[in-house]
Structures are given as C-alpha cells and as structure tokens.
Design a protein around this ligand. Structure first.
Ligand SMILES: CC(C)(COP(=O)(O)OP(=O)(O)OC[C@H]1O[C@@H](n2cnc3c(N)ncnc32)[C@H](O)[C@@H]1OP(=O)(O)O)[C@@H](O)C(=O)NCCC(=O)NCCS
Length: 376
C-alpha cells in the first residue's frame, strides 16, 4: 500500500488563504482583519465588528449608521418561523435554531442567489434575524409570547430586551456586546470549516449556516460553555473545586472550558469574559460562580506546561448564568454571534471556490467476492 501521511483532525493543514482572522496559538494572539481582539473587545461594538468582518475595514460614521439601520430593518422574523419554533420547541434550543434558520431560507428573497453581493446581503439579514429567533426560542418554550425587536436599542441590548421583555441595564448590555465581539470569528474552527465545506459545493449561505450551527452544537466546540456551568453547579462551593478537578483528571476526563485546538497559551478572548464575569458577579452580589471557576483555574495551573489554558467558553457560561440566561441558550447565543464569521468564510470560499474534498486512507478488505443472500 502506498505511503501516505495522515493529518488526523486536519491539524496543521492549511486549507486555503484568508483575510478574516489571524491566530497565533503559541502567543495567544487573535486579530480580526488585522485588528487586535483586545482593542475590539475594549473599544468596538458588535455592530462595528460585524461591519469590520463583512467589509474588511472599520466603518466611518455614516457607513456605521447605514449598516446599523440595515440590521435594525432586518430584525423581524416571519410568522412562519414562529410557527416552526412552536412545533419543535421541545427539542434542545440549538436544534430548534438549526430548524428555524433552515426555515428562514424559505422566506428569504435571495436564498438561491449565490453572488457575493446577495450572499453579503443574506449574511447581514441573518446577523439581524438570528438573535430574534434565539430570543423567541427562549420565550416560546417557557410558554411566553415572543417580544418584537425594539428599534431604539442596539444589537446587544435588543437581544436581551427580546429575551427578557424589559430593557437591560448598561453593564449587561456592554457585556453582551463584548461577548458578541469575541465570538464573531475564529479562523477554520470546526463550524466555520463545515460552513466552508457546504459553500464549496456551491450550496447557498443558509445551507452553510445550518451546517455551521449543526457543528457548533458539540461539547468539544460551542457546547463547552453549557458544560462549564454544569461543572460549576456540580462543584457547588469553591473549596470543592480542587478535588473535583483532580477526580476528573484522574479518571482521564477533561475539564470543560480548558484546552484549545489552536491555542497553547491563554485564549485572548477569555480575558474579557473573565473580567466581565467578575465585575457582574460582584455587582449583583453573587460571587460564588466566579469564585468556583477561579479555583478550577488555580487547580489547572500545572497543566499550563502542556499548553492547556482556559478558553473563551470557560467564562462565558458563568457570565450568561449571572445574566439569568438559561443554560441551554448558551450555544445559540454563541451561534448568533458567529453568523458574521460564517458569512465571511462563505464569502471567501465563494470568491475563489474550490470544492473541498480530502481523502480517507482505506483500511478494509479488498476485492471480496460477492455472495448472494441465500448462500451467506
Ligand atoms: C478543545 C479540545 C477539543 C482541543 O483538543 P485537541 O487540540 O485535540 O487536544 P487533545 O484533546 O488532543 O489534548 C491534548 C492533551 O491535552 C489534554 N487536554 C486537552 N484539553 C483538556 C482539558 N480540557 N482538560 C484536561 N486535559 C485536557 C488531553 O487529554 C491530551 O492529553 P494527552 O496528551 O496526555 O493525551 C480539548 O482541549 C477539549 O476537549 N477541551 C474541553 C472542551 C472545550 O472547552 N471546548 C471548547 C473549545 S473553544
């Protein structure tokens, strides 16, 4: 048999070129379109970062105003989507989201148009619609009426408003804004790769986003934030964190929210979620989740030698919990922030498309004689 080099998990394989984001996993550095994630998390907004990703430059004032108006105009979702959510509301919200976004393709005027211009317009619509879908999922499965978008509120505040039915305070809005910024784009992660594979067949943007949502659901990707909160609840009090970590690791298990396929240093996104989580926990007088997770962080210090540090999901789960967001909406919230990144990856794929078609090394038997069913 021929000698081939396997790249299991496609690690260290460059699939294509990108102008979307740069990651230095050794240094813990992340740039969107050349801009450092620390600057964006501290100084930018969800709307501006979406614009940066989709258009490749920071907007000037009137460009940002126009883009923000475009997003606001696209926030409403058709009644048919509300009906779909009602029909499947018993499933995990991530499955409901996947189904609803698939449903949105039936209502979009440009679903079948794969031109770059139409794909960008569809991407902007999805950036605006998906938060409305996620908020509606959260309310409908709790037996509540969905709340219509509020054009007086920015992207982050409007999402919290649609979810809770009341205007959020400025600190929680800013935290949701930062969350949207740091989750917006991350190179060839599993869900963006899935979106590119779909786009590579010239399937349309809705197909690619559904592929992305499906792939994000797993606990090794977007599902980690939900699992981190399960872990914090299982630990219960800060003094039990060290023993819990030891037990999991002794059994060969993994601590959720730690480790990363690319980073061998601190995930730069986690810095901002940690800061926000700490500030919010102090503000609302609920320090225990932050304390428990800090103890888990301490117990994991020896693993830094192996390049295992907290990732973005370690702190985002606790932050959402402090904002009273139900656990099973954590991944859908990640998904709504990643729409811009998926759209950008699809645009790049379509701009210079090559069908993505790797090989598998066959290891089964060869040339086996076919035996008719009566003689087996
Ligand atoms: C994200 C993840 C899948 C990346 O995995 P990867 O690059 O394939 O790394 P591996 O799973 O091969 O891990 C390499 C080593 O680090 C260990 N490791 C990785 N993540 C770990 C974690 N969270 N807790 C404990 N050990 C971990 C592995 O057990 C392995 O050890 P070994 O070499 O002794 O076998 C992995 O770190 C993980 O499962 N983390 C928990 C889930 C999570 O937080 N996902 C969100 C990512 S943003």
């Amino acid at each position: 048999m021929q000698e081939v080099q396997l790249h299991r998990g496609l690690r260290d394989v460059y699939l294509d070129k990108t102008e979307a984001s740069f990651i230095d996993g050794q240094e813990g550095k992340l740039l969107y379109r050349g801009y450092n994630i620390h600057d964006l998390a501290q100084k930018s907004t969800a709307e501006e970062t979406m614009y940066l990703l989709l258009y490749g430059k920071l907007p000037v004032r009137n460009e940002l105003d126009e883009f923000t108006a475009q997003l606001k105009n696209a926030r409403n979702i058709p009644d048919g989507i509300i009906q779909i959510i009602h029909m499947v509301k018993g499933a995990h919200p991530m499955d409901v989201l996947r189904t609803a976004v698939s449903g949105l393709s039936a209502f979009d005027p440009e679903t079948e148009d794969n031109s770059l211009e139409a794909t960008l317009r569809k991407g902007i619509r999805l950036c605006a619609q998906v938060p409305t879908v996620v908020a509606a999922i959260g309310r409908i499965r709790d037996g509540k009426e969905p709340v219509a978008p509020n054009p007086g509120l920015n992207h982050a505040a409007n999402f919290l408003y649609m979810l809770f039915g009341e205007e959020p305070d400025a600190d929680e809005t800013r935290l949701m804004d930062i969350d949207a910024i740091v989750h917006a784009e991350h190179g060839s992660n599993a869900s963006s790769f899935a979106a590119r594979v779909a786009a590579g067949t010239l399937a349309d943007l809705h197909c690619a986003v559904v592929a992305g949502i499906s792939t994000l659901k797993g606990p090794l990707h977007g599902g980690a934030a939900e699992k981190v909160m399960d872990m914090a609840q299982a630990i219960g009090t800060p003094d039990r964190a060290e023993e819990y970590v030891r037990n999991v690791l002794d059994r060969g298990g993994k601590i959720m929210g730690f480790g990363h396929a690319v980073y061998r240093a601190l995930d730069p996104r986690s810095v901002h979620m940690r800061k926000g989580c700490q500030a919010l926990s102090e503000k609302i007088g609920q320090p225990q989740w932050f304390q428990i997770l800090s103890k888990v962080e301490d117990a994991m210090i020896p693993y830094r030698e192996k390049g295992i540090y907290p990732n973005v999901d370690f702190w985002s789960g606790a932050t959402y919990h402090l904002m009273k967001i139900p656990e099973d909406l954590f991944i859908p919230i990640f998904a709504m922030s990643r729409i811009a990144g998926w759209t950008l990856q699809v645009l790049e794929q379509l701009a210079d498309n090559r069908l993505i078609r790797p090989l598998l090394l066959y290891e089964g038997p060869m040339d086996v004689a076919y035996v008719p069913i009566e003689q087996r």
